[in-house]
Design a protein around this ligand. Sequence first.
Ligand SMILES: [Zn+2]
Length: 147
Amino acid sequence: MTEPIFGGCHCGQVEIQLTTTRPAELVPRACDCSFCMKHGAAWVSDPEGSLEIRCRGGRALIEYRQGSEAARMLMCSLCGVLVAVVCELEADEGLSNRGTLYGAANALALERELTQPSTVVSPQQLEESAKRLRWSEIWSPARIIVD
Ligand SMILES: [Zn+2]
């Protein structure tokens, strides 16, 4: 059974919904890259669940790429809160750079406090292909809706 965890930015323009079959097992991953460190971001996802990012008011999200520029960091264009990270990945990574959108939610933007303590991860240590393969295995299938 899947269960939604709601969240969003500060001003309410951006809402996120992470569905998961195992909320008690979600471990937030505190990324040690310089961008995530400045935000204090910790990422959560469930490959068997889904992530929906909805931006209201017809305004686009701010998308920021850094490091290898593979992932798109998504921020509210009004209040600046970092809500999610997404990337287009193939289920079988390595064959192509285009595919399905996958993503992870910033645990700090979720309304529910997660029970598991966060763990430090260092994707910047990985080669580009290894990083993309890892994301395709651990991130949630994602959808961005602008309305
Ligand atoms: Zn906002």
